[in-house]
Design a protein around this ligand. Structure first.
Ligand SMILES: Cc1cc2nc3c(=O)[nH]c(=O)nc-3n(C[C@H](O)[C@H](O)[C@H](O)COP(=O)(O)OP(=O)(O)OC[C@H]3O[C@@H](n4cnc5c(N)ncnc54)[C@H](O)[C@@H]3O)c2cc1C
Length: 422
């Protein structure tokens, strides 16, 4: 990096972690570039994600709280249909009040768009491209792209999700770091034939759970299939025909809306299918390359509330870089130390959640139904105290958010000097 110029930081991935990281790096005077494989910001498909109190504090510091609240999914009621238990109806806010004192549910694509809009004027975004190679230079990193011309950067950060390209190029094969938690999840965009405004319906039989909800601002609905078969399934990650076949095999006989939703799969404008796997890397950084969000520490899609983890991780990584005056040899280990405890707790939480969200036996379904009845009957603070004892659900709540910006002074921005730590 030449004296007096801001550090150039390449970020791969423009979903949650990428734009949040770019926002804060820009605030600290760095020059982020975000490269996103998709040709435009993703606006079809996606699913609802959760922001808990600590991540909402960061959103607030970005001046985006109102934008996020305006885009809430708006679920008011959750109805559970369980074999042998009869329908259980819960007020969504009191049910969520059990896990968190403050919570927003928002579609991931809406959240990405909010972060993108907040950064697009100050940050360079390159859509429709992907990193092809990352050099290992001492002073800077030479990067080649699948489409664009080669460029050099001071640092490269992978914010490109569970199947991260940057992680693959830098750390090697995913299977060395991933651990299957036994479940599978699929999401399809389907017509809202039930007219589900403000309601989510979930139907469960042992080992299989089918849910449907419709965000209040969209005409369509999402069907979510989650299941835990006895063994690991044989399919290719890009073979959607086989994935739909697997859903037919596992959900064909469960009743309720399953036949109709399965019939919609071939017409679905967006379809997602993946294993519920957890990443376990000893370190998320190597040389001038680091990872953030799902790319680094996905605790398991759909069971780990990992959006909060991604958002907080991006904030901490940018903050530690600023605090170390751009010295990545100090900042990357500080970022890892700061996040390690939270990541560990999130992994344990996700391992437990996969079994709770997809109960494997009739007895587990029955126990789940009793817990829900109790949750519906208790005032939220009591429910929270109970679930903390039973479930360690405070995992996404009890995170202290440092105020890195508070320790900046104008002369120290741009990665030139070490900043006092918050
Ligand atoms: C089915 C499902 C349900 C979920 N439910 C919840 C939930 O209820 N609550 C919750 O908090 N979280 C949930 N999550 C998890 C949540 O979606 C992720 O934790 C969050 O989106 C992570 O953000 P990220 O930015 O790290 O990665 P991602 O959102 O995965 O984004 C990665 C980005 O990188 C891009 N990319 C990929 N490869 C490349 C490449 N080669 N070059 C450039 N760009 C690339 C992708 O296009 C994408 O834009 C769910 C996830 C799934 C899959």
């Amino acid at each position: 990096m030449s004296e007096g110029s801001a550090m150039r930081i390449l970020i791969s991935g423009a979903s949650v972690a990428g734009p949040v990281l770019a926002y804060w790096l820009n605030q600290y005077g760095y020059r982020p570039t975000v490269v996103e494989r998709a040709p435009t910001l993703r606006k079809t498909g996606g699913h609802a994600v959760d922001l808990f109190r600590p991540s909402l504090r960061i959103v607030e510091r970005m001046g985006l709280r109102d934008a996020v609240l305006d885009s809430e999914v708006g679920t008011e009621r959750v109805t559970f249909l369980m074999e042998g238990a009869g329908p259980i109806r819960l007020d969504h806010h009191s049910a969520l009040g059990v896990t968190s004192s403050e919570h927003v549910e928002i579609m991931r694509d809406d959240l990405s768009e909010i972060f993108y809009d907040a950064t697009r004027d100050d940050v360079e975004y390159v859509f429709g491209d992907s990193i092809a190679s990352i050099g290992d230079g001492r002073d800077e990193v030479q990067v080649t792209f699948e489409r664009g011309s080669p460029r050099s950067f001071d640092l490269v950060i992978g914010a490109d999700g569970l199947h991260s390209n940057v992680r693959g190029l830098t750390f090697g094969e995913e299977r060395a770091f991933s651990r299957h938690l036994g479940g599978y999840v699929a999401v399809a965009t389907v017509p809202d034939h039930l007219g589900l405004s403000a309601e989510m319906i979930t139907m469960a039989v042992p080992g299989r759970v089918l849910s449907m909800y419709s965000p209040r601002h969209l005409d369509e609905a999402r069907a979510i299939f989650m299941f835990r078969p006895p063994g690991r399934l044989d399919y290719h990650r890009r073979d959607t025909a086989r994935q739909k076949e697997l859903l037919l095999e596992h959900f064909g006989g469960i009743g309720w809306e399953a036949p109709r939703l399965l019939a919609e799969l071939d017409r679905a404008p967006a379809f997602y299918f993946d294993e519920i796997t957890q990443l376990r890397l000893d370190s998320w950084s190597r040389g001038r390359v680091s990872l953030v969000g799902d790319a680094a520490y996905c605790p398991g899609p759909a069971v780990g509330a990992s959006t909060s983890l991604a958002l907080i991780g991006a904030y901490v990584l940018a903050g530690e870089l600023a605090a170390a005056g751009g010295d990545h040899t100090a900042a990357f280990p500080a970022y890892e130390r700061e996040m390690a405890g939270y990541v560990r707790r999130a992994r344990t939480y996700a391992e437990r959640m996969v079994k709770q969200v997809i109960p494997g036996t009739r007895a587990q379904l029955w126990a789940g139904a009793q817990t829900m009845r109790l949750v519906g009957a208790l005032p939220a603070p009591l429910g929270r105290a109970l679930s903390k004892r039973v479930n360690s659900m405070g995992v996404h709540e009890n995170i202290e958010i440092k105020n890195y910006l508070g320790s900046l002074d104008g002369h120290h921005r741009g990665g030139r000097r070490r900043l006092p730590r918050a």
